[in-house]
Design a protein around this ligand. Sequence first.
Ligand code: C5P
Length: 295
Amino acid sequence: MSVTVRVPAKVNVQLAVGAARADGFHDLANVFLAVGLHDEVTVAAADELRVTCEGPGSDQVPLDRTNLAARAVELLGARYGIAPDVHIHIAKDIPVAGGMAGGSADGAGALVACDALWGTGASRSELLDICAELGSDVPFSLVGGAALGTGRGEKLEPVEVGGAFHWVFAVADGGLSTPAVYREFDRLTPVAPAPEASPALLAALRDGAVEALAAELSNDLQPAALSLFPSLRDTLATGVEAGALASLVSGSGPTTAFLAADAASARRVADALLASGVCRAARVAESPAAGATLL
Ligand code: C5P
């Protein structure tokens, strides 16, 4: 018997970053939006814990116990006294090391899949606790939709979204390390104000107002990501020249995100990005998308 769970990527429509805390993490006001690019995580009983991965960029995915999917299965097994002897297979479609929470999605997916495989019946809040232990973005991968994340990003409140938004994601050649981007943020930002969610941005999401959302997109990690990966400036400019309403770096990057007026415009922006050679791939996707879902 095997169980498969579908998990979405995310874009941060606002990422407000405060000063580094004593534990090394940064306080955030992080407005997550799940987007329709998905990984599928399948688990089945096996002789020992094993991870395999297929799809674009899968050669860069760690297959050892540092993989968040493997750690998720170990944490759930430890709580319920079950040996984590499962084969986890990840069918990857979310850009790897791209700032779209692909690794976090796999963690949330493996957790929900193993909960079903083993019949552990963990409560939603138990699953969310395990997700928070796995990483700052993992709880959101479980819930999907849209949410405001505070603390280091793991404390979630749902955010209302009043319509569909159309996005293009430009996949860069290479990845960026999230800790390195936060270190660069610290270097560039000697005094960071306390992070707060933008009321205008939350209103734009609630109203499904694409122009208003375009005007409010912001990412405090963007200067740091551009400093470490300067060619992203060209990518951002190319998408806007091709008709995107706004552009920003997705999370810690190096994937760049473009908000389009509608699906046809998104397709044109994606074609222009690909034709210009400023990115390795360009993907269109709609938001919001559901969280981790059993197939
Ligand atoms: O929580 P996660 O394991 O995804 O975080 C990866 C790294 O990103 C952390 O080790 C830390 O360097 C940085 N980070 C941070 N503040 C946050 C979230 C992540 O500094 N709120």
